[in-house]
Design a protein around this ligand. Structure first.
Ligand SMILES: *[C@@H]1O[C@H](CO)[C@@H](O)[C@H](O)[C@H]1NC(C)=O
Ligand SMILES: *[C@@H]1O[C@H](CO)[C@@H](O)[C@H](O)[C@H]1NC(C)=O
Ligand SMILES: *[C@@H]1O[C@H](CO)[C@@H](O)[C@H](O)[C@H]1NC(C)=O
Length: 177
C-alpha cells in the first residue's frame, strides 16, 4: 500500500481522537477543544482532574461559557431557576455572592429565568402586579373575585362595571314587575 495513504489515514485517526477530549467532573466540551462547567455549575478550571461546583439551591448559571475561568467564583450563579424571583443580584467580585432567589407566590410564575431584580407574574391577567408590598395574587383595582389558579387560563377577576350592570339589570326587573 502507498505509504502516503497510510500516513494520511494515521493523521486522520489522530485528529479524530484529539477532537474528543475528556473534561473534569460536571464539565463538558461543547466545541471539542475547551472544557466548560455544565449549566448550573461553576469553576476556575473544568479540565480533566478538576471539579466544577454546583450552584447554591434555586440558583443556576446563564448558559454558555461565562461560568468557567481563573476569576470565576459563586457569583457566576447569577440566575434564579424558573419559578423563583431575584431578591438580590449576584456579585461576581471576589469572593463573590450568588443571586438570592425567593419562590414565586401561589398562582404566579416567572416568564423567563431572572438575573435582575423583579417579581413574578400572576397567572390572572387582571391581577394586581406583585411587588415588595403585594406578595399574593389579588384582583387589581376595579375588579373583584379570586384570580385564576391555572396558568394560561382566562381571568376569573370580574370588572366592577360588569357587576354594576348586572345589579342595574336586576334592579330594573324589580321595577318592571
Ligand atoms: C430554595 O427554595 C426553597 C423553597 O422555596 C427554600 O426552602 C430554600 O431555603 C431555598 N434555598 C436557598 C439556598 O435559598
Ligand atoms: C436543596 O434542595 C434540595 C431539594 O431540592 C434539598 O434536599 C437540600 O436540602 C437543599 N439544600 C439547601 C442547602 O437548602
Ligand atoms: C413556570 O414557567 C416555566 C417557564 O418559564 C415553566 O417551565 C414552568 O412549568 C412554570 N411553572 C408552573 C408551576 O406553572
Amino acid at each position: 500500500m502507498n505509504k502516503l495513504l497510510l500516513l494520511a489515514i494515521f493523521l486522520g485517526l489522530a485528529g479524530f481522537c484529539t477532537a474528543t477530549i475528556t473534561c473534569g467532573t460536571n464539565a463538558i466540551s461543547p466545541d471539542g477543544t475547551n472544557c466548560y462547567c455544565q449549566h448550573g455549575f461553576y469553576g476556575t478550571d473544568a479540565s480533566q482532574g478538576q471539579t466544577c461546583q454546583l450552584c447554591p439551591n434555586n440558583t443556576t448559571t446563564t448558559s454558555g461559557t461565562t461560568n468557567t475561568g481563573p476569576s470565576i467564583n459563586v457569583g457566576a450563579c447569577n440566575q434564579c431557576i424558573s419559578g423563583f424571583y431575584v431578591t438580590a443580584v449576584a456579585n461576581a467580585a471576589s469572593p463573590g455572592t450568588a443571586v438570592q432567589c425567593q419562590q414565586c407566590p401561589a398562582n404566579s410564575n416567572t416568564s423567563s429565568a431572572m438575573t435582575a431584580l423583579g417579581f413574578c407574574t400572576c397567572y390572572d391577567p387582571n391581577a394586581a402586579p406583585l411587588s415588595s408590598s403585594v406578595i399574593t395574587c389579588t384582583c387589581k383595582s376595579g375588579y373583584k373575585g379570586t384570580p385564576t389558579t391555572t396558568a394560561g387560563s382566562p381571568s376569573t377577576c370580574v370588572a366592577n362595571s360588569v357587576i354594576l350592570s348586572i345589579f342595574a339589570a336586576l334592579l330594573s326587573l324589580v321595577f318592571l314587575f
